[in-house]
Write a protein that binds this ligand. Structure first.
Ligand code: KIV
Length: 257
């Protein structure tokens, strides 16, 4: 039994050592991430495209997030467990937003929520933090906005850099305990990390972050076409297919009854 991570212990890691974060969607992947030494497990809404066969994260519902969060929590990880707030809810009325976040903590068992969005959500984030809901921000590429802005890399123009900077600062000032920064130009990332007093957790944003996060299926080689910035460190899909083929051969030859 190790020591259970908290939002405060994760926040305190800024400037001490890089923070290791992975997604997980069920008890199996939560145990792998936790035993492998992740500091933070994100029950990402990437469950939609990674596990549930969806094209993107837009169709993921609160009920799905509660279901998958509860499965991760049942593995009793020492890592901090954060659940993604699904598409649209952060822009709903504050009472509805609070209700959704409460479901993720009370029914799912998460220790906090992650919210995609920048300066325009700062007021909501501040009120959630005031209500005792730890919030992880998410700026840069926001997959929930795929139909509005697509999946392109961020921070490539001066105007976009100004916007990104303002978003990250507003989310940090609103009380987020850390911020995911997705697919931001690597040369601009250190400026964001230096400007905010909470850990920046990068994905596809280079080394200038306080920590890194990956989708566990990408890292383990379970995704047919992982994003270009991921170098899988295992090939579990290939190994699993080989195992099934071997067993199928044994059965067809009359063995393994
Ligand atoms: O949903 C998710 O998995 C995420 C990570 C990619 C940061 O938001």
């Amino acid at each position: 039994m190790g020591v259970k991570a908290t939002t405060r212990s994760i926040r305190a890691l800024k400037g001490t050592r890089p923070i290791v974060c992975l997604t997980a969607y069920d008890a199996v992947t939560a145990r792998i991430a936790d035993q492998g030494g992740a500091d933070l497990i994100l029950v990402g809404d990437s469950v939609g495209n990674t596990v549930l066969g969806m094209a993107d994260t837009v169709g993921v519902t609160l009920e799905m997030m509660v279901h998958h969060t509860a499965a991760v929590v049942r593995a009793k990880p020492n890592a901090l467990v954060i659940a993604d707030l699904p598409f649209g809810l952060a822009h709903d009325s504050f009472p509805n937003l609070l209700k959704a976040c409460r479901a993720l903590l009370q029914q799912g068992g998460a220790q906090g929520v992650k919210i995609e969005g920048g300066a325009s959500l700062a007021k909501h984030i501040e009120k959630l933090v005031d209500a005792g809901i730890p919030v992880m921000g998410h700026v840069g590429l926001m997959p929930q906005r795929v139909h509005a802005t697509g999946y392109r890399r961020r921070g490539l123009t001066p105007a976009d850099q100004v916007r990104l900077f303002a978003d990250a600062q507003a989310v940090a000032d609103a009380g987020a305990f850390s911020i995911v920064v997705e697919c931001v130009d690597a040369s601009f990332m250190p400026k964001i990390t230096a400007a905010v007093d909470v850990p920046t957790i990068g994905i596809g944003s280079g080394d200038g972050c306080d920590g890194q996060i990956l989708v566990i299926h990408d890292l383990l080689g379970l995704t047919p076409e992982p994003p270009p910035f991921v170098k899988p460190l295992a090939h579990l899909h290939k190994d699993a297919v080989t195992a099934v083929q071997r067993w199928a051969r044994q059965v067809r030859q009359g063995g393994r009854r």
